[in-house]
Design a binder for this molecule. Structure first.
Ligand SMILES: NC(=O)c1ccc[n+]([C@@H]2O[C@H](COP(=O)([O-])OP(=O)(O)OC[C@H]3O[C@@H](n4cnc5c(N)ncnc54)[C@H](O)[C@@H]3O)[C@@H](O)[C@H]2O)c1
Length: 288
């Protein structure tokens, strides 16, 4: 993008965390924001923050796991603004636990929101972005989309899928002579957000069946570890948003807000290159 002044920017998951920071960051550069989120109070709060800062904002209720809902989001954006220039497919949920302990509803919820949410965003917004004079589309993956930490099976699978989808789209848009769409993928490490309470937005029909105490204890311990990491060393979401905004202006694909993870990404890629079995780096111990 040459400029973000007066541009129309859609952010999913804009009610909290990285999404709210993206909304505020793009607004600070003069963009009009579509605040899309499944959580009503959080969405309204972001709209109020934007309006208090003098920005134009439209709040839209969306469940990114639903094709109809994302199609309606695209329609509402075009109805209000007539065009769209930047789409941030950012909404996501976290869920941990060893694969042997996962229930199918765990897979369904995490993959539906984190991977299908991005597929829906790409599918319904790409025609509008391709029609714009210049445009940008990004998706929020994670370091978990580039490394396979145990205890995050559904999350890793969805986030690897997001990297593959966006990298393919990058190649295709580079070769698309009839449009001008930049593509980025954001792969953050730990960021200080509300992801630890992601279960707040889990639909009733995808709740876990309760089965004995040990899995619950394990999940509670894992949650406590993640919560401590978020509080102690989580990056400020505003800094992550700046990385994304700079990438959209410079038309950069990879957005690694936490370059300290490059060594473990490289370690994983080396085992692929050498065709040796994967090993872990760092402080992972069984059950972490
Ligand atoms: N926080 C981290 O450490 C971290 C690290 C790597 C990647 N991420 C990714 O960043 C993205 C944003 O998460 P966050 O950390 O800001 O968490 P967050 O919980 O603070 O914000 C996520 C937002 O997404 C919304 N959301 C949840 N389900 C939705 C749905 N079905 N449809 C629409 N909106 C929905 C929530 O209401 C919330 O406002 C996610 O994709 C997450 O996987 C986070």
């Amino acid at each position: 993008m040459q400029s973000l002044q007066g541009r129309v920017v859609v952010v999913t998951g804009a009610g909290s965390g990285i999404g709210r920071a993206l909304a505020l960051g793009f607004a600070a550069r003069g963009s009009k924001i579509v605040v899309a989120d499944v959580q009503d109070d959080a969405r309204r709060e972001t709209v109020a923050l934007l309006e208090a800062g003098g920005s134009e904002a439209l709040g839209v209720e969306v469940d990114v796991s639903s094709a109809d809902s994302v199609e309606a989001l695209a329609a509402a954006t075009i109805e209000r603004f007539g065009e769209v220039h930047v789409v941030c497919n950012n909404a996501g949920v976290g869920g941990g636990g060893l694969i042997k302990d996962q229930q199918l509803v765990d897979w369904k919820w995490v993959v539906d929101v984190n991977l299908w949410g991005v597929i829906h965003g790409v599918h319904f917004f790409l025609p509008h972005l391709r029609a714009a004079e210049e445009a940008h589309i990004m998706a929020t993956s994670s370091v978990a989309g580039l490394t396979s930490t145990p205890g995050l099976g559904p999350y890793n699978a969805a986030k690897f899928g997001v990297v593959g989808l966006m990298e393919t789209l990058f190649h295709e848009m580079e070769r698309d002579t009839e449009s001008n769409v930049g593509v980025s993928v954001l792969c953050p490490g730990v960021v200080r957000t509300n992801i630890i309470t992601a279960q707040r937005n889990r639909p009733a029909h995808l709740k876990r069946e309760r089965k004995g105490g040990s899995v619950g204890d394990d999940a509670r311990r894992r949650n406590a570890n993640v919560a401590a990491a978020l509080a102690e060393r989580g990056m400020d979401p505003a800094d992550v948003a700046t990385c994304v905004i700079d990438a959209s202006l410079e038309r950069r694909f990879w957005v690694l807000s936490h370059p300290e993870h490059l060594a473990e990404i490289e370690h994983r890629n080396q085992s692929l290159h050498a065709l040796t079995n994967p090993t872990l780096t760092g402080s992972f111990t069984d059950g972490d």
